[in-house]
Design a binder for this molecule. Structure first.
Ligand SMILES: [Zn+2]
Length: 466
């Protein structure tokens, strides 16, 4: 059992920011007690600043981290960026992928993310040849999460074709593909047999989820197969949807329907589905996604990096969807920026402010993501995983709430100062499953920010020419 003492903690929209909170964690890494207004018990780990539930990164492709800064000066769009991404995908092997993902997850932890949903589609060796264990690349990612100390849901993605028209995979795409939907399911069952979860999954074991990569990459019949596997195991189901206008146009041309309608017909839209992006969801799609009760995963820093567009996230929410965030291509790894960009991008698109209340944004970035990834709701409450992030309040970026001057600011105002002003460098302590993974801004096993930077540098130059 470990005890933590928070000077200030966010205890949910109703309680807001509360002073002097003792949080205790039990053997399973779950919160066993939360005592506001208490004295620090002897031996408690002191958490400075404002303590929030750990951020949940619901959509990650770890290897895309190698692209940051390397594609920024090039013209084009998503499709030309994709060529850069394919060039990196072509070089990765299990060992180099484990190294790159370990460093990427360490960067996530230093930024305040405590859980990652890894949307994994780089399954096989060159030419689509299976490794000795056909899940070797997925297991490399699990190894990376364990080494870095981040909670993970490994989302195994089905990827069978190059386009909605059924054109075959070619080149590096062969590494993503299985022979058929059934072959994909067989490989995933093998993984499941290895990891079928006990009631409480200890840290180091992932939870599993599945994905249909997109309507581009998976034919309708196989989307139904993926949905059936998800339902059988009660796993989350993720899918990229309408990130690009071209996807909508191709889908309409071949099927006469929108991607959302194809997913609906395949039985892939339910309360355990997460729709990633939905940038170009039509008004009809918005209504249907709302009625299906899906979670929308907004990846606004990637969507702006790729020139995708601004998703109709507040319309979707009004229609009934829930929301989570993902750093997707890791153009930045900054949960504060990822979260506020939802509101700020919509301000630019709609010429209005205040579409999202700050507590709702925080909820998307924490419990919304936990639900999307099949973990108990994130939040500092009994029974939830003891995943915490302590954000310092003494940097100029977050000043202005009056807390430093001794004034008692409103809860929501203090939260807004953090969510709209904080940066990863303000993250002091990160706790995952009751274990301190980041302390005073340093990773407890992988070292200082500089050491993590050097590790990232080595891992990236090993797979991409400098
Ligand atoms: Zn993605």
């Amino acid at each position: 059992v470990s005890a933590f003492f928070a000077e200030l903690a966010w205890l949910g929209a109703e309680a807001g920011v509360v002073g002097g909170v003792v949080v205790e964690s039990g053997a399973g890494g779950q919160i066993t007690s939360v005592r506001p207004g208490a004295e620090a018990p002897p031996g408690a780990v002191r958490l400075p600043g404002l303590v929030l539930p750990g951020f949940v990164n619901a959509h990650s492709h770890a290897f895309h981290r190698a692209l940051r800064g390397r594609s920024e000066s090039h013209s084009g769009d998503f499709w030309t960026w994709r060529d850069f991404m394919y060039a990196v995908a072509a070089t990765l092997e299990p060992d180099s992928y484990r190294e790159l993902a370990t460093a990427t997850y360490a960067e996530m932890l230093l930024a305040g993310y405590t859980t990652v949903g890894e949307f994994h589609y780089l399954h096989h060796a060159a030419g689509g040849v299976a490794y000795a264990d056909p899940n070797e690349m997925g297991l490399a990612l699990v190894g990376a999460a364990t080494a870095a100390g981040i909670r993970m849901t490994l989302i195994d993605a089905c990827y069978l074709q190059a386009g909605v028209d059924g054109s075959p995979l070619e080149g590096v795409q062969l590494r993503f593909g299985d022979a058929s939907g059934e072959a994909w399911a067989g490989r995933v069952e093998r993984l499941a047999a290895r990891y079928e979860a006990a009631d409480v999954v200890p840290l180091g074991l992932p939870r599993l989820g599945v994905a249909a990569h997109s309507v581009r990459a998976v034919p309708e019949a196989s989307i139904a197969t993926v949905a059936a596997v998800a339902a059988d195991h009660d796993w989350p189901l993720h899918v990229h949807v309408s990130e690009q206008r071209r996807e909508n146009e191709e889908c309409l041309k071949v099927t006469g329907r929108t991607p959302t309608d194809v997913l609906k017909a395949a039985g892939a839209l339910s309360g355990s589905t997460t729709v990633v992006h939905a940038t170009h969801a039509s008004a009809g799609d918005v209504a249907r996604l709302g009625l299906s009760g899906v979670c929308i995963c907004a990846c606004p820093t990637t969507e702006r990096d790729l020139g995708d567009g601004v998703g109709p996230f507040s319309d979707l929410s009004d229609a009934g969807t829930s929301l989570c965030i993902g750093s997707d291509s890791h153009s930045v790894l900054d949960p504060f920026e990822e979260t506020r960009a939802i509101e700020l991008n919509e301000r630019l698109a709609l010429e209005r402010r205040g579409l999202w209340r700050v507590p709702a944004l925080l909820e998307a970035a924490t419990s919304g993501g936990a639900a999307s990834l099949g973990w108990p709701a994130g939040g500092i409450a009994i029974g939830n995983p003891c995943d915490l992030v302590a954000v310092r309040l003494d940097s100029p970026g977050v000043a202005g709430s009056g807390r430093l001057a001794g004034a008692v600011g409103g809860s929501e105002q203090l939260l807004a100062c953090v969510m709209f002003g904080a940066a990863p460098s303000d993250v002091d302590t990160v706790v995952v499953g009751g274990a301190v993974v980041v302390e005073a801004g340093e990773h407890t096993s992988l070292g200082s920010r500089q050491a993590v930077a050097e590790r990232l540098d080595r891992a990236i130059t090993a797979v991409v020419a400098p």
